[in-house]
Design a protein around this ligand. Structure first.
Ligand code: AMP
Length: 215
């Protein structure tokens, strides 16, 4: 099993890049945020536990998201290749991931961080719209759908994520600085990190990620 880790602040473009990397790299896109939003929607025990943290823009407990990811990776079999988007977000989660991957006889191919200045992140999150059905991402100004409020891919309605409001965004960025910046340093210390400029067109950013991975 092979795993690539995509890191970056909220709004850095992880999901947008991941959507383009799936076919280019032959990986399965695993978005921890999408998994959690799905659990909340379905009203599972994990979803009920996660809901309050997500509404406040805080991280859900490591054990909760760790279990979801570990189950998913274990179910994929030895030949599966994953692109993890949004997990890990803390050093303990990264340690957990190392263990899960090692237990499957797999390896981590590398971690790539998308660098984006904070004022750009705030603008991207304020204008972000997502498909209510397939989670495809848009931006009202820089990546609008062909038909207003309608997903190009599946035709469902676009919505604003409930945690993309100004106050929750501020908290999510603070949480990123507090918890995920140290994780980036952790991967760098292990020589597993590549940094990529996350500003520019989605295709260009995805191409930079591919170059950074030496793929
Ligand atoms: P995202 O879609 O990646 O922005 O995640 C949305 C929300 O889900 C975050 O603000 C957290 O509340 C929660 N979440 C997603 N991934 C993780 C993770 N790896 N660890 C803890 N909480 C997470």
């Amino acid at each position: 099993m092979e795993t690539i880790v995509l890191l970056g602040a909220p709004g850095a473009g992880k999901g947008t890049a991941a959507a383009r990397l799936v076919s280019r790299l032959g990986v399965r896109h695993v978005s921890s945020g999408d998994l959690l939003r799905g659990a909340v929607k379905q009203g599972t025990a994990a979803g009920i536990e996660a809901d309050g943290y997500m509404k406040r823009g805080e991280l859900v407990p490591d054990a909760l998201i760790g279990r979801i990811i570990a189950d998913l990776l274990a179910a994929g079999g030895p030949d599966a290749r994953y692109l993890l988007d949004g997990f890990p977000r803390t050093v303990p989660q990264a340690e957990m991931l190392q263990q899960v991957v090692a237990a499957q006889g797999g390896h981590i191919r590398g971690a790539v961080v998308l660098d984006v200045a904070e004022e750009v992140l705030v603008d991207r999150l304020a204008g972000r719209r997502v498909c209510s059905k397939c989670s495809a991402g848009y931006h009202i100004r820089t990546l609008p759908p062909k038909i207003a409020d309608t997903c190009d891919a599946c035709g469902a309605k676009l919505v604003q994520r409930s945690d993309d409001n100004a106050e929750t965004v501020r908290n999510r960025l603070a949480v990123f600085r507090r918890n995920t910046e140290p994780l980036i340093a952790w991967y760098a210390a292990r020589k597993q990190l590549a940094r990529v400029d996350g500003v520019g067109g989605a295709d260009a950013v995805a191409e930079r990620v591919i170059q950074a991975l030496g793929a």
